[in-house]
Each structure stands twice: as C-alpha cells, then as structure tokens.
Write a new protein. Structure first.
Length: 344
C-alpha cells in the first residue's frame, strides 16, 4: 500500500508534525559537490522513483535500465497477474509437483513463512484463492479449485530451504502481493549500493527505503500518508536512515459489501474473509522493506490489541490509525513502544 511520500519539511496544515528519528545516525554524508538525481518509472501497477546523490556526470540511462531489470525480474517471478510468472506456474502445478526457486524468490518465501509462523497465521502467503474469491486478484488464482476456499494453509506448504524446493500440496494458490513490493525496494537499494551509490531513497508505490545521508548531513525525511483527508491527527515525519517504511491499509483498495460496509482488500488468512475492525492503516519501520511490508500486513490483520502485543514481542516500531465508529469518536491511534522510542 502507498504509505509515505518524500518531503522537504514545510509548515503542516494539520497540528505540528511528530518526528521519528533512529537512535543513531552515523556514517559519512554524501560528499559536497554531488548533485541529486531523480529516476522514475512504472512497475507492479504503480510508480517507482529513486533519488540519489552522485556526480553530475552520472550515466542515468544504464542505471535506469538496471533498476527496471530488477523490477521486471520481480514481476516475472512473483506477479500473479502474469500467467507465465513463476508463481503462476507453481499455482497451476498438480499435487506433488515442485519447483526449485531462484534465490530471490526463495528468500521471499522463507521470510513469508517466518512471519506467518511468528504472527500465528495473520500473515499467509497461501491466501491467493481467498484473494481471488473476494475480487481483489486475478480470477486465474482460483481456477481449478473444486473445494471451498480453505484459510490458513501456510503450515501445509512443503518448503525445503536448503534445496530451495517448493512443492504444491494440491489446490494451493500463492499470493505474495503483501511482501513482493517491499522485496523489490530492497533489491533496488542493493543495486544502487553495488553501483557505488550508497546515499539514496527508493520509493515503489509508497514503500520506502532511505539509505545514507545528504551532503548536509541530513537523512531522508518522509511524511507518512494519512489514510483519509478528514483524519485530524498530526503528521508523522520520519528520518529514514538505514530504515524502510511500509503501510497496510484499507483506504486504497476496498469494495462495498451488500449492506454498504467497507470490505478491505486486507484479508484475515485465519478466516479467509476481509478484516472487520476499524483499522484504517498500520505503518511499520524496519531495516528491510520486505520485512516491514509483511509485518505491516500481519499487524493490520491483528488490529491494535493483538497486533500491539506482537509488535512488543518483536520489537517493531508500528503505528495503527483507526476510523471513527459509533463506539469511539475521533481517529484513535496506537503507537508501539518501539515507535514511541523514536519520537524526537
């Protein structure tokens, strides 16, 4: 979900912004004399951009091609919207069929299953059939299924991390949309570091990773996006220095139910149905955009009570914003202890 936008601090229209700063900002800033370059493009049905500090003569075209190649590779592996993608091929395998995954796909599956286990199934990479059932994914995800959608099948996915072998148990449909975009952010950031460009901000559809420092010694500042223009809460401004930010929310993709209720595209894998609480968004900060992406989804599913307990146990900086309901006025928010520790 789009979660934040790069910003130059200006006078806010809401109450004064809260500022979140990592415990340590270290390392040499980008040298004076460098200039800021901006590259952008499209991927995964959204927009990507990179801001970086480099010499004025930086050959942007080859770098842009390298970034786009990484993004295209993520799509070729993990997009359920592409019938020839590796994930789509796995979803069509007969029972007992298996694939040996590329290293990057294996990393995503392994991480997804770790978050599934540690969240008690609130995150689940096998939720594809339910996603299709509720109209939030390609219909091909549910093709060939003769039985009703079964929630919570992550524990039945045969995965051998040592050999990177993933086996189809039968009728299981993967969907990695809640983690793949964050993984793409991490991969683009790695391409920039490997290219000798350590001072950069990567943004893919609002999933962000800020690395290094500007020549002024300042980190990359971003404002977390509000889930609704009517939300009166103060803006939250984050210094992204070795940090990524990801948000899960119901304010971008949702359907109206038969009684006019909001049906979030975030599904509770434990029930196979959209979440029913009033949480509008959850933002998580983490050194890895991939992990932030997955944890944000899990905490969105769990809500501010169960989710807060998990965030405390995992040491996750997390922020929940809830919509007003007849039972509670205003826009309640919940900050995890690790997020409170970042308040400047």
């Amino acid at each position: 979900m789009p979660v934040a936008t790069p910003t130059t601090p200006t006078a806010p229209t809401r109450p004064q912004a809260r500022v979140l700063v990592p415990a340590e900002i270290s390392g040499a800033p980008a040298p004076w004399g460098l200039v800021q370059h901006t590259l952008d493009g499209t991927t995964m049905g959204t927009h990507w951009s990179v801001r970086l500090w480099a010499g004025a003569g930086l050959p942007e075209a080859p770098l842009r091609r390298a970034i786009q190649a990484v993004l295209d590779d993520v799509i070729a592996q993990m997009s359920t919207w592409e019938p020839d993608a590796l994930i789509s091929r796995f979803n069509r395998l007969p029972p007992g069929g298996a694939l040996v995954l590329p290293e990057s796909f294996a990393l995503v599956i392994d991480t997804a299953l770790q978050v599934a286990r540690r969240s008690g199934g609130a995150f689940d990479p096998t939720v594809g059939a339910a996603v299709a059932h509720w109209g939030f994914g390609p219909a091909s995800l549910a093709e060939g299924l003769s039985a009703p959608v079964q929630p919570g099948r992550w524990a039945h996915l045969p995965w051998d991390a040592a050999t990177r072998r993933l086996t189809q148990p039968g009728g299981l449909r993967l969907d990695l949309s809640a983690i793949a975009k964050g993984h793409a952010v991490d991969r683009v950031s790695a391409v920039l570091r490997d290219s000798g460009l350590p001072h950069h901000l990567v943004d893919i559809g609002g999933e962000l990773s800020g690395q290094g420092l500007k020549p002024s010694g300042q980190p990359w500042w971003v404002d977390l996006e509000m889930p609704d223009p009517a939300c009166p809460l103060p803006p939250t401004r984050v210094a992204l220095h070795g940090l990524a930010a990801a948000t899960s929310g119901d304010y971008r993709r949702w359907h109206a139910g038969p009684q006019g209720q909001r049906l979030s595209h975030t599904l509770d894998p434990r029930t196979g149905a959209p979440v029913t609480h009033a949480v509008a968004s959850v933002t998580v900060l983490h050194p890895s955009a991939m992990w932030a992406d997955a944890w944000a989804t899990a905490l969105m599913v769990l809500g501010p009570v169960e989710g807060l307990a998990l965030a405390e146990a995992e040491g996750l900086p997390a922020l929940w914003i809830e919509r007003p309901t007849p039972a509670q006025a205003g826009w309640p928010e919940t900050l995890s202890p690790a997020l409170r520790a970042l308040l400047a």
